[in-house]
Design a protein around this ligand. Structure first.
Ligand code: SAM
Length: 220
């Protein structure tokens, strides 16, 4: 199938199902103008995150990988007024763009952006735990370590979503030396072996190509 079809369908769904969203459109525009890479979740994926956070009645959300704050806005919208999203970003310039975007989107009071490499900032979050929902969307080489931290900072009932786990199909290649593929395979091995986790993963096609996400529930 022509990948352009996936983009056309994403546009159709965005225009006809999701409807216009000025705050998210502005956030995407500000990120592009600031020169950030075009690697945020798509509008349908963003709505999926909003719905998931709403369904689990999340009051406390952890995101790893803020970029310009697009997914942070989607997640924070599902929070009650006293809820919190802690989002971790390594690049201070990206974090600045995200700060402006979440403030303009009207969710800035619920969003706490921490700058630094996530493996350095995660150990400082014990007082912010437990998190009801964890969205992992940073460097894929560290995916297994991030899932270990999600378990550490979660409770039974915590939902973990990991983005970009199919890697254009390369995740099935045991010989790959791509750090993102290796890190994601390590993460799946961890999820499969970890008795406190029940997980699945779904392949997706979308405007941004062929990929997928993992969904896990902390059960014990
Ligand atoms: C795919 S983007 C996140 C997109 C964002 N979640 C969204 O959908 O709007 C990945 C982000 O992770 C950040 N990142 C990469 N390695 C990181 C690390 N070790 N610690 C924290 N952030 C990291 C990158 O700078 C980038 O902004």
């Amino acid at each position: 199938m022509d990948p352009r079809t996936w983009a056309t369908v994403d546009d159709y769904l965005t225009d006809n199902l999701l409807g216009s969203d000025e705050a998210l459109d502005d956030a995407a525009r500000a990120a592009a103008e600031a020169g950030l890479p075009d690697i945020a979740v798509s509008p349908p994926q963003g709505r999926f995150l909003t719905l998931l956070a709403t369904m689990v009645r999340a009051r406390s959300i952890l995101e790893v990988g803020t970029l310009g704050g697009y997914s942070a806005i989607c997640l924070a919208r599902a929070l009650p007024p006293d809820g919190t999203l802690v989002t971790l970003e390594a690049d201070p310039r990206f974090a600045d763009v995200a700060r402006g975007n979440v403030d303009r989107a009207g969710v800035g009071d619920r969003v706490d952006i921490r700058v630094g490499a996530a493996l350095d900032t995660l150990p400082t979050l014990r007082d912010d735990a437990p998190f009801d929902l964890v969205f992992l969307d940073a460097d894929k080489a560290s995916n297994a370590a991030y899932v270990r931290w999600a378990l550490e900072l979660g409770l039974p009932g915590t939902v973990i979503v990991v983005d970009n786990v199919v890697r254009h199909g390369a995740v099935a290649d045991a010989t790959s030396d791509d750090p993102g593929v290796r890190g994601t395979r390590e993460m799946f091995e961890l999820m499969a072996a970890e008795p406190r986790v029940d997980a699945t993963a779904l392949q997706t096609v979308a405007g941004k190509g062929y990929d997928g996400f993992a969904l896990a529930l902390v059960t014990g």
